[in-house]
Design a protein around this ligand. Structure first.
Ligand SMILES: Nc1ncnc2c1ncn2[C@@H]1O[C@H](COP(=O)(O)OP(=O)(O)OP(=O)(O)O)[C@@H](O)[C@H]1O
Ligand SMILES: [Mg+2]
Length: 448
């Protein structure tokens, strides 16, 4: 099937001639006879080209042109004017028409103008995609542990399909980065990747952001607006923080996931799009379902390909690679000469539990690089957060009181030693303990 072309022409004879010519050129043609019908056809058919008569009954051609420019900025529009009405054509070009032809038209000239217009439309689309690509530039994904390699392997397989992907994992484990990577490994890589934060906006705004709205559908809806799902047609939408999505939106999203269909807010026409959905949350969704905060049917819809990113403390073998990667990156960014990480510092980084995961590691390196004047980063260059004694770890494990105290003591000592790069003397200083007392504790508790 060729390109879908909408002909807006009130003179039935001219419309017929045009349709025949366009069909001969391989176009699929829809013809309408007035401005109102033109706007409706644009909504419904999403044509790739419009030939628009400027003198039209009901809504005039200029008005149709203005609306089309606003709503479908990438659509090439060729304006048709009667012979001798050049000022109208000039006005149309000012309003953003791609080109114009005067009636009656020469076959060859028509061909030429259409060819040029389509080329320009293609260029515009490319620019939009390039711009969105720039916005969603994918950083390199560093992996060096069997656990992560397995996740990546599954993600690459999932990328080849259109299946919904659910990304789970603590904050800072790389869900965002992985979502972008999946898009880039997929056949949709040349189309738009659009992230949506499901909690950043009020429910009402989010609904209209996602699904779009018709003019006048609520106070403030002064014009019609296409939603993200429409704009990202052919591409990927990344629903971030989905675990915190409000119930009303959950219901609407469910409908969309079931058949890729939705209505704009205040709209009556069902819109169908081809969008790949990736969702992410750092919440325990099953728990949220049990607690009644998350719809079970939506959970099942999302839970098709589920990938869990392990916390950094469960893949400590990656820390040297990640640290090295961030070190290079931030030296470049800060325009500083290449630096190194001392052995003691690396040991300390590897032993730290990274509650903020990869993001915290990256921040620690950025800070160290920016503040450093020398070339070798030592343990003192990293201002790692002091350990919170009420770490969730022990609480999660639900240990009885004495064991819990024991656990905390052990953790505090282990981390203090790691923080100072392995020196018991310095660790004792940090903890405000006698060195000999600390040594005894270490021996008693068999701390390695
Ligand atoms: N494997 C990795 N290789 C390189 N950089 C990584 C990796 N994982 C995460 N990062 C970087 O760490 C930072 C945090 O990652 P990201 O934003 O993807 O986490 P997240 O899981 O989405 O966190 P949140 O739940 O808080 O949104 C980003 O700057 C990201 O580029
Ligand atoms: Mg994120």
């Amino acid at each position: 099937m060729g390109i879908l072309t909408l002909v807006v022409e009130d003179d039935a004879d001219i419309a017929t001639v045009l349709r025949d010519r366009l069909q001969a050129m391989g176009h699929t043609v829809t013809t309408v006879g007035n401005g109102q019908a033109a706007l409706e056809a644009l909504q419904q058919a999403a044509p790739g080209l419009m030939l628009l008569d400027i003198e039209l009954p009901k809504i005039n051609g200029m008005e149709v042109l203005k609306r089309a420019r606003k709503e479908w900025p990438e659509l090439p529009v060729i304006v048709m004017t009667a012979f001798g009405t050049i000022p109208r054509a000039v006005e149309a070009m000012k309003e953003g028409a791609t080109d114009f032809i005067t009636k009656p038209f020469d076959n060859e000239y028509l061909n030429l103008v259409i060819g040029k217009a389509l080329e320009r439309g293609e260029l515009k689309r490319e620019v939009t995609v390039l711009r969105s690509e720039l916005e969603s530039r994918v950083d390199q994904l560093v992996t060096a542990s069997p656990k992560m390699n397995e996740v990546i392997e599954q993600a690459k397989k999932a990328a080849q399909s259109d299946s919904t992907v659910l990304l789970l994992g603590e904050s800072g484990t790389g869900k965002d980065l992985l979502a972008r990577s999946i898009h880039n490994w997929s056949g949709r890589r040349n189309r738009i990747f659009k992230p949506v934060n499901c909690v950043a906006l009020s429910e009402e705004l989010l609904v209209s952001e996602l699904f779009g709205h018709e003019k006048g559908s609520f106070t403030g809806a002064t014009s019609q607006k296409r939603g993200i799902l429409e704009i990202a047609d052919g591409g990927t939408v990344f629903l971030d923080e989905i675990g915190d999505m409000k119930p009303g939106l959950q219901a609407k999203l469910l409908r969309f996931l079931q058949n890729r269909e939705f209505d704009r807010v205040g709209g009556t026409r069902t819109i169908h799009v081809d969008v790949r959905v990736i969702a992410a949350t750092n919440r325990d969704l099953r728990q949220a379902v049990k607690a009644g905060a998350f719809r079970e049917d939506l959970f099942f819809r999302l839970n098709v390909v589920t990938l869990t990113l392990p916390p950094l403390r469960e893949r400590t073998e990656e820390i040297p690679q990640l640290a090295g990667f961030f070190l290079k990156k931030h030296c470049l960014e800060a325009k500083k000469p290449a630096m190194q990480i001392s052995l003691a510092a690396m040991k300390m980084l590897a032993a730290y539990p990274w509650p903020g995961n990869v993001r915290e590691l990256q921040n620690a390196l950025e800070r160290a690089v920016v503040l450093k004047t020398g070339e070798v980063l030592t343990p003192e260059d990293f201002a790692l957060q002091p350990m919170d004694v009420s770490t969730e770890e022990a609480a999660v494990r639900n240990l009885p009181f004495h064991e819990s105290v024991e656990h905390h003591k052990r953790e505090i000592i282990r981390r203090a030693i790691a923080r100072v790069g392995g020196s018991q003397t310095k660790a004792a200083e940090l903890l405000g303990l006698q060195r000999t007392y600390l040594a005894r504790l270490i021996k008693q508790m068999d701390i390695k």
